[in-house]
Design a protein around this ligand. Sequence first.
Ligand SMILES: Cc1cc2nc3c(=O)[nH]c(=O)nc-3n(C[C@H](O)[C@H](O)[C@H](O)COP(=O)(O)O)c2cc1C
Length: 182
Amino acid sequence: MNSIRVPLRRAYRLLHPKLVTVIGASAHGETNFMPASWVMPASFDPPLLVAAVGEERYTLGLILDSGEMTVNPVGPDLIPLVEELGSLSGREADKASLAGTLAAEKVSAPCLPGALACIEARLRSTHPAGDHVLVVAEVVAARAWRCFDAETHAYREGCGPVYHVGGHTYMEPGRYVEWGRR
Ligand SMILES: Cc1cc2nc3c(=O)[nH]c(=O)nc-3n(C[C@H](O)[C@H](O)[C@H](O)COP(=O)(O)O)c2cc1C
């Protein structure tokens, strides 16, 4: 059977598209945001999430120093902001002024204005993973601003987070498939 041999460095693309979030972090008077699509739930009880954060990201130091972070899923309307936040480092740019900030309830890290939701989390452990660090954090608060259904606890069809395909390509939220329903 014909197949496409995928270079090992690009094999991660077979696991994309991935939901786009923006991580917020704040330490020693510095506040920063970075887009991150390598973020996923890791445990129900306690509620844990894991983010793969590049070793050289300015945000990583802020998370490690404060022990806190926010994870903010975003909709397609925020693609321009995501592209800007992802093209600059907090070492050189004041990305908090660029994006604005919204106070979180339980952590010092800021929520991102305009995001669909804000998940607040406290650092539990870190694990080296090549050129990234796996940051495991416990969810201590979570609020959704829009698109999220309070009863089903699911994003409403067509109104959810945007997905990162790779490079500068994104995928809009699409149609749901209900198994067994015709
Ligand atoms: C859509 C998108 C998703 C990204 N996902 C990640 C990710 O999961 N982990 C990561 O370390 N960097 C990721 N990046 C790259 C960082 O956001 C980017 O390097 C950023 O400038 C780092 O900012 P900082 O140095 O201020 O922390 C992503 C960028 C974009 C645009």
